[in-house]
Design a protein around this ligand. Sequence first.
Ligand SMILES: Cc1cc2nc3c(=O)[nH]c(=O)nc-3n(C[C@H](O)[C@H](O)[C@H](O)COP(=O)(O)OP(=O)(O)OC[C@H]3O[C@@H](n4cnc5c(N)ncnc54)[C@H](O)[C@@H]3O)c2cc1C
Ligand code: FES
Ligand code: FES
Length: 490
Amino acid sequence: MPTIRSTIRFLLNDEAVEISDLKPDETLLDWLRLRRSLRGTKEGCAEGDCGACTVLVGRLAGDGLVYESVNACIRFLASLDGCHVVTVEHLKGQNGRLHPVQQAMVDFHGSQCGFCTPGFVMSLYGLWMREPWPSEAAIEKALQGNLCRCTGYDAIVKAAKAISEYGVAADSELAAERGRISDALWEMRDGSRVEIGAGKDRLVIPVSADDLAEILDAEPGARIVAGSTDVGLWVTKFMRDIAPVVFVGHLDDLKGIEETDGMLTIGAGVTYTQARETLAARIPAFGPLIDRIGGEQVRNMGTIGGNIANGSPIGDTPPPLIALGASITLRKGGARRTIPLETFFVAYGKQDRQAGEFVEAVHVPLPKAGAHFGVHKVTKRRDEDITATLGAFHVEVEGGRVASARIAYGGMAATPKRASAVEAALVGQEWSVATVEAAMAEYPKDFTPLSDMRASADYRMTVAKNLLLRFYFETTGTKKPITVTRERAA
Ligand SMILES: Cc1cc2nc3c(=O)[nH]c(=O)nc-3n(C[C@H](O)[C@H](O)[C@H](O)COP(=O)(O)OP(=O)(O)OC[C@H]3O[C@@H](n4cnc5c(N)ncnc54)[C@H](O)[C@@H]3O)c2cc1C
Ligand code: FES
Ligand code: FES
């Protein structure tokens, strides 16, 4: 067993912090504002939507140090052990002047009432360090998770384009001090497990996946928290008790991405941001899908494992993963089992996961050369919106006929679900409009969708059918559907 520490340690701006009196559900935002009086970081929605609470979090990754924007309102304080938290108060320019991001916002009138401004500034600071001269598309993507009710955004985008005219990103404090900050974070990694509090105040931070397995074996009822983009809202919106909590978002051994023999294995703790590059390169339809999950802050925190384990019928990654024939490995103590992902979702709110078991990895077979694969997410808004209906299609056509079909939907049933009757109507048939139209008649056998605030049952059914037709047109190029890409919109 590793040594036990009863404090968390991290860097807050220029200061090393060590805390022992924290609760498992204490958010970073509350701690900053209420305990440290750092009130530049604002609370708007307290649910990860508006970006007013955006801060940067630096974490060690391999040999490097990566800074990402996150929502402090749904990020638990304990999950920052070993990180560098950078708030808007840290920003300053040379000789007492404003920081380049702030000066650009002033000069281009990117702020009116000012409530959203610190959040925008932090998101733009993160972008500027990565891309000093960002394209309009990159700016739009970086700001998907920041809402402004005053400016209409145009002024902010103009400011974002101009930041490098006010200063050199490589000279900014976080870039210049990288070595010193990395050293300080490495020193904090002492190989200890963190255990603080008891009962409803108990939190544990394992040191490795093996340690996690041991902890969950001993405390099978403990709540796993990875990116907290779901669990954070249980606290801020529903006032639920979540303790005892085991934090897993930092575990490097749940963050691997490997490809062997046509199979991608993605650790459960891989965030959307970390998965995007590989998924988009190997399964191109995944790239645009990931870009439409939450805003950048949510994608920097939310994990693929959390998106699966929460069992939501409207999670965006399970339908495409099911259509690809993915499986997941679950681990309890030293025992592992691997099951097809589609069998993990048993019923609404019920998954095939025993107490003390955790999702370790998802295994994704890459589509064969020539196979058709597509995903379409339908929402009320293009960005930062939860799925009304999402269809994922994986069809192999040989000699003009459908050799195999795996089709799965979100938002159409109590779980992510395959369209088995539709698949059966396609397989063996000519890949043609007539076959697709015949298969469209089979949807009521597979699905009885609900009406809710996102869409009516009729709308969902109509859209689900039409997505298949759209996929057909895309694969054959016979009729090009209208697509509004981020680049074209910009
Ligand atoms: C503003 C906002 C926008 C969002 N937009 C989208 C969207 O467009 N599409 C979408 O699909 N989702 C969206 N989400 C939901 C969320 O981002 C995802 O479901 C996310 O993938 C959850 O991962 P997490 O790491 O944050 O999980 P957490 O919140 O940490 O945990 C979620 C659940 O999974 C369990 N869990 C986590 N990891 C494991 C593991 N390894 N083993 C076992 N159990 C585990 C937890 O115990 C909990 O029950 C959004 C959320 C927010 C706040
Ligand atoms: S306060 Fe709105 S995203 Fe955090
Ligand atoms: S300046 Fe008022 S909300 Fe953005």
